[in-house]
Ligand binder design. Structure first.
Ligand code: SAM
Ligand code: SF4
Length: 360
């Protein structure tokens, strides 16, 4: 199996998993018969209900900065996207969003950004401390590959979770689309190991339908979810951004489609692999299907949605890919829309921090 960088030590001990053997995972990934797929959706939904229940946890997403020093070939925030106007929120603005999350009844705030070295370690620590002190919310960070010292300081400041996707387990593909920073090669899987040893709840995941991605590597991706017993698994379709190297590639046939069916098959398999994990129905999935995308993910294994709380003037500049899902501009509208969607499928909005459940 080819993997992104060196392996992270897997969590020892027995833990529930319903993942079939790799050959069967490979078959599911290429299954297109709606009747057979119904069995997969039903199984994922049953396991979701048994382990994490009917609650859908809402995490308020705050896109703190769109500055990024990296050159990922897939992402519109890459440093090489020179025409993109850049912003960085102030600590008070982040705090205001966290208060809003609290007022909406969310249990978690997710602070996400490009890899922005100007977001200094002590600044992040202070923001985390203030969010915890004023709102009591769980804090998830998603700030890219940062040093062990930084991750440690943020954990000490009170951060609860960290999200860092390994993007693909195919190490050759990963290296090709995610160039290392000069002199700062840092393994994402090693970062995940450090996060775990620091006591974070650890989230990772992949993009589905990357040019050059194979079904064989997607099987490995799903196997890695289980092997690393992830606390959170985020899976989204690759969405083409025209101002990136992958966007300007000739659009030849891809082995793995970047569509909603393919994405939700991987979501369902992730639920079977990690029954206790928190699995979001991602914004990228909703971008492919504005009317039903979130609901599809939630009915096929997911139990989390991340309504966007970023102020509208910044939100449109957090240009990871075009037409990021949202029919609405304001945080109030976004939160109300997500609640309606959750209730429309007979689920309920969860209360409290909604951390990983360990009881079977
Ligand atoms: N900079 C941090 C990082 O890379 O982990 C956090 C922000 S980054 C924008 C969050 C995620 O966006 C990435 O992990 C990647 O999976 C996803 N992403 C980036 N470009 C994308 C694209 N074109 N289509 C779908 N997802 C994309
Ligand atoms: Fe930067 Fe993250 Fe985008 Fe890569 S995926 S360019 S690290 S924001």
């Amino acid at each position: 199996m080819t993997r992104a960088d060196e392996p992270l030590a897997s969590r020892a001990g027995s833990r529930p998993t319903y993942l079939p053997p790799a050959v069967e995972v490979a078959r599911w990934l290429q299954e297109r018969d709606p009747l057979r797929l119904k069995q997969l959706w039903a199984r994922a939904d049953e396991v979701r209900q048994q382990y994490v229940g009917a609650d859908v946890h809402l995490r308020g997403l705050v896109e703190v900065s769109n500055h990024c020093v990296r050159q990922c070939h897939y992402c519109g925030l890459r440093a090489g996207h020179r025409t993109l106007p850049r912003y960085r929120m102030s600590a008070d603005e982040v705090l205001a969003c966290a208060r809003q999350a609290r007022a909406f009844g969310f249990g978690t705030v997710v602070l996400q950004a490009g890899e922005d070295p100007v977001l200094r370690s002590d600044w992040i620590s202070e923001v985390v401390r203030r969010v915890k002190a004023t709102t009591g919310l769980a804090v998830t960070l998603s700030l890219g590959e940062r040093t062990r010292e930084e991750l440690e300081a943020w954990r000490e400041a009170g951060a609860d979770r960290y999200l860092l996707r390994f993007e693909t387990s195919d190490s050759r593909l990963f290296r090709a689309i995610h160039p290392s920073r000069a002199g700062q090669a840092r393994s994402r899987l090693r970062c995940l190991g450090e996060l775990r040893s620091l006591g974070y709840e650890v989230g990772s995941g992949v993009m589905v339908g990357l040019p050059g991605q194979s079904y064989a590597s997607l099987v490995d991706d799903v196997m890695l979810f289980r092997e690393y017993d992830l606390d959170m698994v985020a899976i989204g379709p690759f969405v083409v951004h025209p101002d990136t190297p992958l966007g300007s590639l000739e659009r030849g046939p891809r082995e793995v489609p970047a569509d909603e069916l393919m994405t939700t098959i991987v979501v369902a398999l992730a639920r079977l692999a990690c029954p206790q994990a928190n699995i979001p129905s991602t914004t990228a999935l909703a971008t492919l299907n504005l009317t039903q995308g979130h609901e599809l993910g939630l009915c096929r294994g997911a139990n989390v949605v991340m309504p966007n709380l970023t102020p509208a003037r910044y939100r449109r500049l957090y240009d990871i890919y075009p037409s990021k899902a949202c029919l609405f501009e304001t945080a109030e509208q976004c939160a109300a829309c997500v609640r309606r969607r959750v209730e429309s499928i007979g689920r309920r909005v969860g209360t409290g921090p909604g951390g990983r459940r360990r009881a079977a």
